[in-house]
Design a protein around this ligand. Structure first.
Ligand SMILES: Cc1cc2nc3c(=O)[nH]c(=O)nc-3n(C[C@H](O)[C@H](O)[C@H](O)COP(=O)(O)OP(=O)(O)OC[C@H]3O[C@@H](n4cnc5c(N)ncnc54)[C@H](O)[C@@H]3O)c2cc1C
Length: 434
C-alpha cells in the first residue's frame, strides 16, 4: 500500500469473507484505455468500455483494494429519486427529471448485473424511508411529500404511529416511503462487480497512479510500472490527479458509522413488521439507520472535514458515542445491544452539491463527486463516461454533460477552513434528527 492512500479493513468488508485482491501492476504496458479508480464509477465504466470495445483490453488501476473506498463503505441506499431540499420548484423540473433519469439508469444497470452475474449482495427492492424527527425536518417532510405528489412519484406518507408499527421506533414524528429504490450490502456488491468484470478488463489492485504526463499518448507512472495510455478516465472521486484546476473543485468529507451485532429473535420482535429497511433523514445532517437483511442495525450520523482522510481509532471511538446516543434514542429497548463494527469513509463533495463529468483534454476524462449519493449516480456516470470517451454524446451522456458546473474552491489553507465550515453547516438545526 502506498502511504498517500490510507486503507484499513473496517466496516462492511469486515462482515463478509475476505476477497483475494487482484495482482498489482509490475510490468510496463501500452493500452488504448486506462481507468483510474475501481469504485462504482470505475467498475461501471470498465464494464461498458469492454462492451463497446470487445477486442481491446481495458486497464483498471486501483490504488487500494476493492471495497476500501466510498463504494465499499457507504450505507447502501441505491436511490432512484433524489431528495431536493426546499420543496418543489417548477423552474427546476427539467433538472429533477434529469437527475432521476441518471439515478434510474444506474439502478437498472446494477440490478441487471446483479441478476445476470448472480451477485449475492442482499439486494432488496424494498423502497426507502425518508424520516423527520424534529421540527425543521417535519417541514421538509411536508415539502417532500408535495414534491413527490407533483412529480407523480409513487410513495406513502407515514404518521408517527405507522412508523412505530413498521420499524419499531417512536422517535420519528413523520415520514414518507418512496417505493422505487433498493438497499444493498455495499462491500458485497463491489466485490461482486469486480469479480464479474468482462474478460477484456484487466484489474490491478494496490497499484496507485502517482503521476500522469499528458500528451498525444499519456504516460502513467505507478510505483513499479510505466504505462502508455491513449485515453485515461479518472474515476478517483475526491483524489483527482494531474489537474490542479480539478483539485480546486472537490473536497473529501469523512463520515462515520457503527453496526451492531446480529440481533436475536427476541430483540427482533421488539422492532416492527418490516423484516429489513433503510431510513434516510430529511435533514441533511441527520442519521441514516438500517435494519440489514442479517438483522443488524447500522447507523451513520457524523460528517466532518478531516483533510480527505479516514478517522483514526481514537477519533472513531469518540464518534461512536454520537452513534450510540442516536441508537439509544431510537431503540431504547435495545440499548444493551453492542456495536460490533465501527468505520469511516471519505466521499467527494462540491461547494454547490453538483457532480463532475468532464473532458479535461482530448484524451483525459473525469467522472465523480456525488455528495453522498453515488451508488446509482456513480454507476450511471461510469456508463456515460465510457460512451462519451468513445464519441457518443446523446441520451444519458447529454444528461451528465448538462449537470451544473462545480464551483471553484480557493487553495489551501483557505480551502481547509472553508471545507470545515461548510461541513459543519450541514448540521445546522439537526436537533433530534442526528
Ligand atoms: C459513509 C458513507 C456513506 C454513504 N452512503 C451512501 C448511500 O447510502 N447511498 C449512496 O448512493 N451513496 C452513499 N455514499 C456515497 C457513495 O459511496 C459514493 O458516492 C460512491 O461510492 C463513489 O463512487 P466512486 O467510484 O466515484 O468513488 P470511490 O468509491 O471513492 O472510488 C474511487 C477509487 O479511486 C481510487 N483512486 C484514487 N486515486 C487513485 C490513484 N491515484 N490511483 C489509482 N486509484 C486511485 C480510490 O482508491 C478509490 O478506490 C456514502 C459515502 C460514504 C463515505
Amino acid at each position: 500500500m502506498h502511504h498517500n492512500f490510507d486503507q484499513e479493513t473496517k466496516g462492511w468488508v469486515d462482515l463478509i469473507h475476505p476477497r483475494e485482491p487482484s495482482k498489482r501492476l509490475t510490468t510496463d504496458l501500452d493500452a488504448r484505455w486506462v481507468i483510474i479508480g475501481a469504485g462504482f464509477t470505475g467498475l461501471s465504466c470498465a464494464r461498458r468500455l469492454a462492451e463497446l470495445n470487445p477486442n481491446e483490453k481495458i486497464i483498471l488501476l486501483e490504488a487500494r483494494e476493492i471495497g476500501q473506498n466510498a463504494s465499499g463503505r457507504n450505507s447502501g441506499y441505491a436511490v432512484a429519486h433524489s431528495h431536493f431540499s426546499g420543496g418543489y420548484q417548477k423552474s427546476q423540473l427539467e433538472h429533477y427529471q434529469r437527475i432521476d433519469r441518471i439515478n434510474q439508469t444506474g439502478l437498472n444497470s446494477l440490478k441487471s448485473i446483479i441478476e445476470n452475474s448472480q451477485i449475492e449482495c442482499d439486494y432488496k427492492d424494498s423502497g426507502i424511508y425518508h424520516m423527520a424527527a424534529d421540527k425543521n425536518s417535519s417541514e421538509e417532510c411536508e415539502q417532500f411529500e408535495d414534491y413527490l405528489q407533483k412529480r407523480e412519484i409513487e410513495h406513502t406518507n407515514l404518521s408517527k404511529d405507522q412508523i412505530n408499527m413498521e420499524l419499531g421506533t417512536n422517535w420519528y414524528l413523520k415520514g414518507v416511503k418512496v417505493k422505487n429504490g433498493a438497499l444493498i450490502q455495499p462491500a458485497k456488491l463491489v466485490f461482486g462487480l469486480a469479480d464479474s468484470l468482462p474478460s477484456n478488463v484487466e484489474l490491478y489492485e494496490n497499484s496507485p497512479v502517482l503521476q500522469i504526463d499528458q500528451g498525444r499518448v499519456n504516460t502513467i507512472k505507478t510505483p513499479s510500472s510505466i504505462l502508455k495510455a491513449e485515453n485515461i478516465i479518472m474515476a478517483c472521486n475526491y483524489e483527482p490527479i494531474a489537474n490542479g484546476k480539478l483539485k480546486q473543485r472537490v473536497v473529501g468529507v469523512t463520515l462515520s458509522g457503527s453496526i451492531t451485532r446480529v440481533l436475536n429473535q427476541e430483540e427482533v420482535e421488539l422492532l416492527g413488521t418490516e423484516p429489513s429497511w433503510g431510513v434516510l433523514s430529511l435533514h441533511s445532517g441527520g442519521a441514516t439507520v438500517r435494519l440489514t437483511e442479517d438483522k443488524r442495525i447500522s447507523i451513520r450520523n457524523t460528517a466532518e472535514y478531516s483533510n480527505h482522510h479516514l478517522l483514526d481509532d481514537k477519533q472513531l471511538k469518540n464518534r461512536q458515542e454520537i452513534h450510540r446516543q442516536a441508537f439509544n434514542n431510537r431503540f431504547p429497548k435495545l440499548s444493551h445491544v453492542d456495536f460490533e463494527h465501527l468505520y469511516s469513509g471519505v466521499e467527494g463533495v462540491t461547494a454547490n452539491k453538483t457532480n463532475i463529468f468532464k473532458k479535461l483534454s482530448n484524451n483525459l476524462y473525469y467522472a465523480g463527486c456525488y455528495n453522498g449519493s453515488g451508488i446509482t449516480k456513480g454507476t450511471a456516470f461510469g456508463l456515460a463516461m465510457a460512451d462519451y470517451a468513445c464519441g457518443n454524446d446523446e441520451g444519458l451522456v447529454r444528461d451528465c454533460l448538462s449537470i451544473e458546473e462545480a464551483k471553484w474552491l480557493p487553495p489551501k489553507p483557505i480551502l481547509d477552513l472553508g471545507a470545515w465550515y461548510v461541513t459543519k453547516q450541514r448540521f445546522k438545526g439537526v436537533g433530534k434528527d442526528r
